[in-house]
Ligand binder design. Structure first.
Ligand SMILES: *Cc1c(COP(=O)(O)O)cnc(C)c1O
Length: 433
């Protein structure tokens, strides 16, 4: 399988190079050159297949010869070592809970898959040639990346986070792993962390000493495995002949775009719905036809505070830059923080279902779409465990949220982080060992 750059000004590369490069040299996102539909027989027997088999069949054409099938199957098996419950919240409406992974975030899947692919590609390298994944986090992504790469051979991870600006749970997730994961606590904001990471990538002094790479969602190895969720939900649904709609709370639009890839593979998805917070560039585009990126606005669903969604260009590619075609496949709605809180209250009051702010937006968007098309089966993606957002979930609901065992154990572990405040300190630290 070859990939091309969506900026059309870079050489085609295989999966391996696309993963190692992250972004193409012309700064474009990589996209597969062709997408082969899976055979009908696969969908006919999907209810009898296990998660590993389904995921392996979905991903294998995108990996091609770069990882042998037995190794790829083992990678997929390791990545998927937890549950993906589909909970019927009300008649015909289901929550697909994607937060049962090690850091309680749906990003666990992509991070774990990417980590194992890089680990495979680096399997024979000497210690001094280790790849260093450098990431800045405002909270969630860092934990998923740290955990995903934990103990992976040949890869070191250095995570920068803003001191005092991540939750206690998130800080523990970043700072207690040890081994190949180190945390750097920056006296500054998330933007300061991000600026340091960008500077390091451009700094020639690391050449020959450390190979720096990033692990953000533009990487095909983090993006594509998100297709699995849609297959798993479809397998678990009792559709009784009804059409299936997916509602996806979106920020960078990587998750929903992976769903569209699943549809390209032949998964019978009737329509997509996206819910956003006040960062509503895509819903506005669907309404007006004008695509106008904006500076991001802070909301209580902060993992979706994105003003220029990086994966939108992939969605345009999937629908041939045809707005009418896109509108026939995707509806979009946006919600204020107030509406998001009301959504959480509604779900709790009527169905005793506790949603996090992101999942609540997925639910609200699905309900809005169903007003016009009630005879379908709807699935909204629950992208994070509510326990990670206690400070913004209404108090009457917080009292009912149970701390998962894995998190309880984490809270007793000792934090290890290096404190820095300047880029030079980061550089010294990276060049020291
Ligand atoms: C990252 C994230 C999202 C948004 O996913 P995209 O792929 O960026 O659209 C939604 N919810 C949570 C909890 C997230 O962490």
């Amino acid at each position: 399988m070859m990939y091309h750059s969506l900026n059309n000004n870079a050489p085609q590369v295989s999966f391996r190079e696309a993963v190692v490069n992250g972004l193409a040299p012309d700064k474009g996102l990589y996209f597969p050159l062709e997408i082969k539909q899976l055979p009908d027989s696969f969908f006919e027997k999907i209810k009898d297949l296990d998660h590993t088999t389904i995921a392996f069949e979905a991903i294998k054409q995108f990996v091609g010869d770069d990882i042998p099938e037995t190794d790829l199957k083992e990678i997929v098996r390791e990545v998927l070592s937890f549950d993906f419950p589909l909970v019927e919240v009300e008649d015909g409406i289901h929550a697909l809970e994607l937060y049962h992974g090690p850091t309680l975030a749906f990003k666990d899947i992509g991070a774990r898959f990417m980590a194992r692919c890089l680990g495979y590609f680096n399997r024979n390298k000497e210690t001094q040639e280790k790849v260093t994944v450098l990431v800045a986090t405002s909270g969630d992504t860092g934990g998923a990346v740290a955990n995903g790469f934990y103990n992976v051979n040949g890869v070191e991870v250095v995570i920068l986070y803003p001191s005092g600006k991540v939750s206690d749970i998130q800080e523990k997730q970043l700072t207690t792993l040890g081994k190949n994961i180190s945390a750097i606590e920056v006296d500054g904001t998330f933007d300061d962390c991000q600026a340091m990471v960008k500077k390091a990538f451009l700094d020639g002094d690391f050449e020959g000493k450390r190979t720096l790479t990033s692990a953000n969602s533009i990487n095909v190895a983090r993006w594509l495995p998100q297709m699995f969720y849609y297959f798993f939900a479809y397998r678990a649904l009792k559709t009784q002949g009804k059409q299936v709609i997916f509602s996806v709370p979106s920020g960078n639009f990587g998750n929903i775009c992976a769903g569209m890839m699943a549809q390209k593979l032949g998964l019978p998805i009737h329509h997509f719905v996206t819910g956003t917070n006040a960062n509503k560039i895509v819903p506005d585009y669907l309404k007006t036809g004008d695509y106008v990126p904006q500076p991001s606005v802070a909301t209580i669903s902060n993992a979706m505070d994105v003003g220029a969604p990086s994966n939108f260009i992939r969605i345009q590619k999937i629908y041939n830059n045809d707005l009418a075609e896109l509108r026939s496949q995707l509806s979009g709605y946006s919600y204020s923080d107030h509406e998001t809180r009301e959504g959480m209250q509604y779900l709790f009051k009527h169905y005793e279902y506790i949603a996090d702010p992101h999942g609540a937006i997925g639910y609200l968007a699905l309900k809005e779409y169903l007003k016009d098309d009630p005879k379908v089966t709807g699935v909204f993606l629950e992208t994070a465990h509510p326990v990670k957002f206690l400070d913004v979930i209404p108090e009457n609901i917080v009292a009912h949220i149970q701390l998962p065992e894995a998190i309880k154990a984490l809270l007793h572990k000792e934090k290890k982080a290096e404190k820095i405040s300047t880029y030079q300190q980061l550089k010294n630290s990276l060049l020291a060992d």
